[in-house]
Design a protein around this ligand. Structure first.
Ligand SMILES: Nc1ncnc2c1ncn2[C@@H]1O[C@H](COP(=O)(O)OP(=O)(O)O)[C@@H](O)[C@H]1O
Ligand SMILES: O=C(O)[C@@H](O)C(=O)COP(=O)(O)O
Length: 437
């Protein structure tokens, strides 16, 4: 056994989670922490080195970057993560995707869920993206963001996975091969016993994939009671908030641990925004009033990334040490469309992600950046990879679904807030930085 491998005398974590992006993983992790679990997030397919950082955790959250990659790669990475978690004795699993069901007709939500089901030998799982605290609700199988249906919420303009249909039964049907059904509002409102019976009837009728209505935390608590014993649950982070309570009532989870601590690190503050989502656009605009801002010139970057990096670093060196720096590629949907038409969507995304990842590494070295906020899921994945982040301890929540975290297993440690593009109010960046001691 490798020296840093967990010892077999430790109890296996109760829950193993596989998240399709980094911000989704931290969102899931903070919800489990709020439910009363000890949680460690690991970045990438678990290895003996990263698993060694998860000792005493009740839940391990694996952050992948599989949301927008080819379907087979997403399946392979998810199955490898599942195998690594099974190898340390985990028996219950949670597949986390976006509360706005970010996917395309090819996947990757449906295909990954089916592959996990096959490996675990389960006939049925639920799909529950609802996260009412962040405004995501599901009614009669239709996903709402606040008062808007998904396809009118701004998500129809997403650079990588535009969501143009709010009917989740239709969206998931296109991605899956097995019978699909809905656990409707009436059954969920009636309580766990009725919801459990309805799931059993659907299972008897051969329904493998069940979209669940949920409009409130009360509905999620009901659902948690019905699905906690399933070997595989899939969803956003909202449902996960209520699983620990069920585990506790089953006697599987000990008393609530102490409150999560804020990371205490000193150094420069940097905000990276690679999301073009509605919330991030407002946050960048607002932060421009109090931060030193570098707007990435994407056409110039596409032509010559090296020169743009040098220009950025030269500028950054001249900024006052006390002021946070904001580097943003955030732009409007029409500009995104123009750039994508000229260069291709994948090439633009890859170039910007690589640039922002390198920029963070260089600025960490050059300026001593130790406090970092990153807006955007794919962007966070790129930045985490560039910084070689291995694992994160979860700190307190900044806004629903976004905690401060502290890097584990690397020196110097960094405080990082990985923020979903669409989460947080317009003051998010300053609120986050002002929370730190
Ligand atoms: N100006 C831009 N033009 C085109 N694509 C962009 C621009 N800025 C960022 N992107 C790309 O858009 C994607 C945004 O995705 P992501 O970071 O996951 O944000 P979100 O959390 O809003 O989904 C990334 O791949 C990013 O590189
Ligand atoms: O469930 C959610 O909305 C988030 O946890 C999430 O997945 C974030 O994805 P991005 O919007 O791509 O950051």
């Amino acid at each position: 056994m490798a020296e840093d491998q967990p010892t077999s005398s430790e109890a296996a974590p109760l829950l193993g989670c596989i998240a399709d992006d980094v911000t989704g993983a931290t969102d899931l992790a903070i919800n489990l922490v709020q439910g009363g679990m000890r949680v460690v997030q690991v970045l990438g397919i678990p290895t003996p080195t990263t698993l060694a950082l998860t000792q005493s955790a009740d839940a391990i959250v694996v952050a992948l970057k599989t949301r927008s990659i080819p379907k087979q790669d997403a399946i392979d990475e998810s199955l490898q993560s599942l195998a690594a978690l099974q190898a340390i004795g985990v028996e219950r699993f949670y597949f986390k995707y976006c509360s706005t069901f970010d996917s395309t007709p090819e996947g990757n939500i449906g295909p990954v869920a089916e592959a996990l089901m096959d490996t675990l030998g389960v006939s049925q799982t639920v799909f529950c993206p609802a996260f009412p605290r962040a405004g995501r609700t599901v009614y009669r199988g239709h996903l709402y963001v606040g008062d808007k249906l998904l396809h009118e919420s701004g998500m129809q303009n997403h650079p990588l996975n535009p969501m143009t249909d709010a009917d989740l039964v239709r969206v998931l049907s296109a991605q899956t091969s097995r019978p699909l059904g809905l656990l409707g509002y009436e059954a969920v409102s009636a309580g766990s016993e009725t919801a459990t019976a309805a799931l059993q009837t659907l299972d008897t009728n051969g329904v493998a994939h069940v979209i669940t209505d949920a409009c409130s935390d009360e509905h999620l608590a009901t659902l948690a009671g019905s699905v906690a014993s399933m070997p595989l649950v899939t969803g956003g982070s909202g449902l996960a908030r209520f699983l620990p309570e069920v585990y506790r009532s089953e006697g599987r989870l000990a008393a609530t641990p102490s409150e999560p601590e804020l990371p205490n690190v000193s150094g420069r503050s940097l905000v990276i925004a690679g999301s073009c989502s509605t919330a991030t656009q407002a946050q960048v605009k607002r932060a421009s009033e109090s931060m030193a801002v570098w707007s990435v010139d994407v056409p110039a970057l596409m032509a010559d990334a090296e020169t743009e990096l040098v220009r950025l670093l030269e500028w950054a060196k001249t900024q006052p040490e006390t002021q946070p720096i904001l580097v943003a590629s955030t732009t409007s949907p029409d500009k995104v469309s123009q750039l994508q038409a000229e260069h291709g969507g994948a090439a633009v995304a890859a170039t910007i992600e690589a640039f922002l990842g390198r920029a963070v590494c260089e600025m960490t070295e050059l300026l001593g950046v130790r406090r970092l906020v990153v807006a955007g899921g794919e962007t966070s994945g790129a930045v985490a990879k560039a910084l070689d982040v291995k694992a994160l301890r979860i700190g307190p929540e900044i806004c629903p679904g976004v905690p401060w975290t502290l890097t584990l297993g690397q020196e110097p440690a960094m405080a990082i807030a990985f923020k979903s593009g669409n989460f947080g109010d317009e003051h998010f960046f300053t609120t986050a930085l002002e929370m730190l001691p």
